[in-house]
Design a protein around this ligand. Sequence first.
Ligand SMILES: *[C@@H]1O[C@H](CO)[C@@H](O)[C@H](O)[C@H]1NC(C)=O
Ligand SMILES: *[C@@H]1O[C@H](CO)[C@@H](O)[C@H](O)[C@H]1NC(C)=O
Length: 172
Amino acid sequence: MYLKLSHLCWVIYLVTLSDAMTLGDQIKEAFAEFVLDTESFLQLDEHGKVVNCGPSNMSLTWTPKTINSKGTLTIDGYAQFPAEFQTGTILMDVKYKIFHRTMKFQVTCSMMQTYGIPVQCPVKQGQTVKGQFTIKDLSALSSIHGSIEVKILLYNNSGTQLFCGIVIADVN
Ligand SMILES: *[C@@H]1O[C@H](CO)[C@@H](O)[C@H](O)[C@H]1NC(C)=O
Ligand SMILES: *[C@@H]1O[C@H](CO)[C@@H](O)[C@H](O)[C@H]1NC(C)=O
């Protein structure tokens, strides 16, 4: 929610200056303005950006900014591998409401290809993966409603960190 001071002023203005409307109508009207403003704000800034917390030279965004578990998610941008990679580990640190859980998966370069990530296997140090890929099934998020924070870390089999990204998104 992007509640601005100007909206509060609107509420006070309507409550104090308009005596023709009931208080309920006035508040409703003030919030209608607020919703319109929020929508135009979201249209201007409709993608989310992954925060880089690791050694990779990367810039990744996702659309739509608000993730819908019944829809798809498109990731766009580039990420450079600072070290070699063939097989390794992904750690996912998930924070949602009061929950905080770390999940660990084994991952191979060819698994990434099957998920549609345009990577060349085996990865040599310095390879840049760029372009777009779409995650078509987000049903794993169907029980999430609200803000979620996911930190994704990738290590190669020698334990060298290749990637760290933080996604903070609203899911509905
Ligand atoms: C990071 O990667 C981008 C895209 O491949 C490239 O244009 C840029 O020069 C790289 N920056 C560094 C510091 O390597
Ligand atoms: C992991 O990366 C390091 C640093 O580049 C490298 O020395 C090592 O061989 C890599 N391990 C594997 C299994 O690719």
